[in-house]
Write a protein that binds this ligand. Structure first.
Ligand code: RB5
Length: 149
């Protein structure tokens, strides 16, 4: 699995923790920055990560900012991206099963690294349930066309 990873200055440290854990697990990490604690604008990171997922360069994307909110708003502007903001393990599991979320967003100022790692691993390890959720996800995808009109 290839995971595109990105964070702004608020999420930088957590991104480094994620990167290490993912590499330990043999996951290929594509790091889109930021590369230090200097202030950056979260949309500038969300866009390349979301594009990597939308084009298939990465299988999944993970974005971290202070709250995770800015990253999720920005990532969801990219066609084909279903970004989910999760701060609990239940949501992380269900957003994979029901929404087939392909980008996970978290806030490093909201939760600590222990819980964040558990959420990350749950999210990466859970598959889409399919079934009744297929047509719902399809309808979500169709909203991309509606927005462009
Ligand atoms: C940066 O201060 C902060 O606004 C950003 O990390 C994020 O929380 C935005 O949604």
């Amino acid at each position: 699995m290839r995971v595109a990873l990105g964070a702004d200055h608020a999420g930088f440290e957590m991104k480094q923790v994620f990167k290490e854990r993912l590499r330990e697990k043999g996951v290929q990490v594509l790091d889109y920055g930021t590369s230090c604690c200097e202030s950056v604008d979260y949309p500038d990171i969300a866009l390349p990560v979301a594009r990597a997922v939308a084009t298939g360069e990465a299988d999944r994307g993970v974005l971290i900012c202070g709250t995770g909110i800015g990253m999720s708003i920005a990532a969801n502007k990219v066609r084909g991206v279903r970004a989910a903001l999760c701060h609990d393990v239940f949501s992380a599991r269900v957003t994979r099963e029901h929404n087939d979320a392909n980008v996970l967003c978290m806030g490093a100022r909201v939760i600590g690294p222990g819980l964040a790692l558990e959420i990350l691993e749950t999210w990466l390890g859970t598959g889409f349930s399919g079934g009744r959720h297929v047509s719902r996800v399809k309808k979500v995808t169709q909203l991309d066309d509606l927005r462009d009109q």
